[in-house]
Design a protein around this ligand. Structure first.
Ligand SMILES: *Cc1c(COP(=O)(O)O)cnc(C)c1O
Length: 432
């Protein structure tokens, strides 16, 4: 078996490399940098004949993880990736565009893939040493519910979620406050920035860190690596329709999803290029077009999970690929809210397809690319279920999407949430 990668910090690549387990447990490197792999191992060729997502996952992730996780890896992947990821060919004027629906997991966003796999990997390592850990997450959107649900009930793991009271959508709130074993939801009397500040303070607080605090944000290699899997799954499914390698369009915010795609390309994914679709928070498209890398404050949009002014994975992307390779492999697009609404309407009218606002940003970017003569085929990553954004979808097409079972089941189910003041004292009282 070829040697598995180890992990170094983007800020000090000459320091000794650490194994996956250490990078997973720490989240951020001790010097504040992001962990990057020392090399990218090729996926095992078996992915091409795989019959399920979990089977693809084995072929893609074994070269990274099998030496540290051993035989447990297979069961762990079967358990984490137990929901369908359909590749839906669009019709009418959208023929040649394929939507990879990553939103059929328990919380209806693509973040279920990374969060569920990371939870099981961390649980595996903790179980081996008999330790326990508390995962602390500040959330304004999809991350919180994916992490809460993905980690719930995993042995030795507790989750504490912080969200800004009254500042998440009704659907998001329902998903956050659903009572789950091992999960504490705290509604902070403050903003999302207050929630993030509290998490940062907690990680500097000796009384709290002594309890084994850990994080599960999108910079974790534990979420990043599993996201490579669905790129290979998309290629596997696309091969049924066409032998051509696709352009893959990624609706992006923190750029974790795109980073995973570029790693997948390094690992042997057949791909013609990437299209990074952003909303009005257009730092990355501007950078790809040749501007200097200057972050901006985030602006609120209809695709709010992509409202990121300073994408945290940019440091990792730049380290791994550098400006030249990034600009060669990735095209950027910026899509306004008005275009997003128009795209949802157009997709519905022309192809009978109901897209959520994030996926619509990607579909609009593809439409523009095709109008400029790009041939495709195109695979668009559908990052959230339209029913997570009923208000926006109804504004675009006149009716709200039907509620999937995963959301309906939350109506009337037990809730558990505690309001707290935006202070470390109050947080300490609830992380016990
Ligand atoms: C998190 C999220 C994104 C952005 O993904 P990144 O990996 O941060 O670029 C896009 N769409 C949805 C629905 C999300 O929840």
């Amino acid at each position: 078996m070829p040697e598995a990668p180890r992990y170094v910090s983007t800020r000090d690549p000459d320091a000794p490399a650490v194994p996956f387990e250490a990078a997973l447990r720490r989240g951020l490197a001790p010097d504040g940098g992001l962990y990057v792999p020392t090399h990218v191992p090729a996926a095992e060729p078996a992915w091409r004949g795989a019959a399920s997502v979990a089977e693809v996952a084995r072929a893609v992730l074994s070269p990274w993880l099998a030496d540290e996780v051993g035989d447990a890896l297979n069961l762990l992947l079967d358990d984490a990736l137990d929901f369908p990821i359909p590749l839906v060919p669009l019709g009418g004027p959208w023929k040649g565009v394929y939507v990879l629906e990553l939103f059929h997991g328990p919380t209806l966003s693509f973040k279920d893939v990374g969060a569920r796999t990371m939870a099981r990997l961390l649980g595996h390592f903790l179980h081996r040493t008999g330790e326990a850990a508390t995962i602390l997450v500040a959330t304004s959107g999809d991350t919180g519910s994916a992490v809460a649900d993905g980690f719930a009930g995993q042995q030795a793991l507790r989750v504490v979620l912080l969200y800004p009271q009254g500042q998440v959508s009704p659907v998001q709130e329902r998903q956050l406050v659903a009572a789950r074993p091992g999960v504490t939801a705290l509604a902070v009397d403050g903003t999302f920035d207050d929630c993030q500040r509290l998490v940062k303070e907690a990680f500097l607080d000796p009384a709290l860190t002594a309890r084994g605090l850990s994080s599960a944000n999108s910079i974790s290699v534990g979420r990043l690596l599993p996201q490579m899997v669905y790129y290979f799954w998309a290629a596997r499914r696309l091969a049924v329709h066409t032998p051509a390698a696709p352009v893959v369009c990624v609706p992006s915010g923190n750029l974790g999803n795109l980073t995973a795609g570029l790693l997948a390309a390094e690992a042997g994914l057949p791909v013609a290029g990437f299209l990074a679709a952003h909303n009005a928070n257009d730092f990355f498209p501007r950078y790809l077009a040749g501007e200097a890398a200057t972050f901006a404050p985030s602006k609120p949009t209809l695709s709010n999970a992509m409202d990121v002014g300073a994408p945290s994975n940019f440091e990792r992307l730049s380290y791994l690929f550098g400006p030249k390779a990034l600009r060669r492999r990735v095209q950027g697009a910026r899509v306004s809210d008005a275009e997003t609404l128009a795209a949802i309407r157009r997709l519905y009218d022309e192809a009978g397809y109901l897209a959520d606002p994030h996926t619509a940003v990607g579909l609009q970017a593809v439409r523009r690319g095709r109008a400029q003569g790009e041939a495709g085929p195109f695979v668009v990553l559908a990052t959230a279920h339209p029913a997570k954004f009923p208000e926006t979808v109804a504004e675009a097409v006149g009716t709200a999407p039907p509620e999937p079972l995963a959301l309906r089941a939350l109506r009337g189910c037990p809730e558990a949430v505690t309001p707290i003041a935006p202070t470390l004292d109050d947080l300490r009282a609830h992380v016990g």
